[in-house]
Design a protein around this ligand. Structure first.
Ligand SMILES: [Zn+2]
Length: 110
């Protein structure tokens, strides 16, 4: 068996491809009424990675890790998907998507 798994986690793949639980995609598929993030901005991959307030803490960590690899921040998603930084992007994606899901769950319970 050839090595086909390049080690992108499910959540990271969602971020990189712009699929999954991202409102602009859900909206396009008519699964969500809104294409806005809870913070009022259009919910896109770029918004999650670079802008969203909900990912502030996680982004700071990502920024430090990426800079630590010698890649200047802000870098493009393509630059982040390089082998040496992909792991950091995956961790960021995991943490942010989990956080967003928790917030949504809390909100739908009230
Ligand atoms: Zn947001």
């Amino acid at each position: 068996m050839q090595r086909v798994n390049i080690g992108i986690s499910h959540n990271a793949a969602q971020i990189i491809t712009g699929h999954g639980r991202i409102k602009s995609t859900l909206h396009r598929l008519k699964l969500s009424e809104s294409d806005q993030c809870r913070c009022g901005q259009p919910d896109t991959v770029e918004h999650i990675v670079y802008d969203c307030k909900e990912g502030e803490v996680e982004r700071k960590e990502l920024q430090e890790k990426i800079s630590g690899e010698g890649v200047a921040w802000p870098c493009t998603l393509e630059e982040m998907a390089q082998e040496r930084t992909l792991g950091h992007l995956c961790k960021f994606a995991e943490a942010v998507i989990k956080k967003r899901e928790e917030i949504e769950r809390r909100q739908s319970n009230t």
